[in-house]
Design a protein around this ligand. Structure first.
Ligand SMILES: [Zn+2]
Length: 287
């Protein structure tokens, strides 16, 4: 009988242990299940286990909705897809490009606003883009005058009696001249053959209008181009440091129609280079 009791106790003890083991297993299983159901978020799993729908129905309903509601997916996606969201550097590049131009387009220079005459590669420039200061008054250039006298002598040997009928012109004189031309021809026409004050190469003291003595009708006139004197000048002036400044067909570059009588002193070296290049001064200087 004692043995039977002992056996019974042992059986009871074993039952208790088995029961405890089963309960423990169920508990662990439930925990793992809950964790996996809540994406291994311990906080959520605990919430799910202890605050079931009965306690906080709203919250319980919300949580799953957060994960399943497609409307919310973009939010999750956003966090991971930030690179695409950062793609807009392209627009910002454009913005940068747009910011560069705003550097104010400079107002065109005028004889009143320009402080110094413009030199390009050491060459004094006066054209429709680069005017001279209205108080720039160097007078006739002595070196240019001397070179012209040499040319005049050389021309005389060929039978041409040259005259420089207009060289240095002051701002004030050009102002007077230009407005006389405007009165006679209208501004549009005058602008094609006469510089506005401050824009004339004659104000540099380096521009020489050349014709023949006694042929006043051809001075500063298109008819001069057909004379032997004009042809000689076109072929030889560069040897004396002068270039034909406004050649035919280059009005869009120089700003002036063909002037067979207007020569610009550059010095012999540069004049020969420009002449041989076949380019206008603006083109030669890459202006
Ligand atoms: Zn001229």
């Amino acid at each position: 009988m004692k043995n039977q009791r002992l056996n019974t106790r042992k059986k009871r003890g074993t039952k208790i242990w088995i029961t405890l083991a089963v309960l423990f297993t169920i508990l662990i299983g439930a925990s793992l299940g809950a964790l996996s159901a809540y994406n291994w978020s311990v906080d959520k799993a605990i919430q799910g286990l202890f605050y079931s729908s009965s306690n906080e129905p709203d919250k319980a309903a919300e949580e799953p909705a957060d994960e399943n509601n497609p409307a919310n997916e973009p939010d999750d996606g956003n966090a991971e897809e930030e690179p695409p969201a950062e793609n807009p550097p392209e627009p910002s590049d454009d913005e940068l490009k747009e910011e560069t131009p705003p550097v104010k387009e400079e107002e065109p220079l005028t004889p009143e606003t320009v402080k110094e005459p413009t030199y390009v590669q050491g060459v004094l420039i006066a054209n429709k883009e680069y005017p001279l200061p209205d108080d720039f008054a160097p007078g006739e250039d002595e070196e240019a005058k001397a070179a012209y006298m040499e040319m005049e002598k050389a021309a005389a040997l060929e039978g041409f009696e040259l005259v420089a009928f207009s060289t240095y012109r002051s701002y004030e004189y050009q102002d007077e001249l230009y407005h006389r031309y405007v009165d006679e021809h209208g501004q549009e026409e005058a602008d094609r053959f006469s510089a506005q004050p401050g824009y004339s190469e004659h104000q540099t003291g380096l521009g020489f209008d050349i014709g023949e003595v006694g042929q006043e009708a051809q001075w500063a006139d298109d008819s001069f181009k057909d004379t032997e004197a004009a042809k000689w000048l076109a072929d030889n002036a560069h040897h004396f440091g002068f270039i034909l400044r406004y050649p035919p067909g280059k009005e869009d570059i120089t700003g002036y129609q063909y002037e067979s009588w207007h020569f610009r002193y550059l010095g012999e070296d540069l004049a020969v280079k420009v002449h041989n290049s076949g380019l206008t001064l603006e083109e030669y200087l890459n202006m």
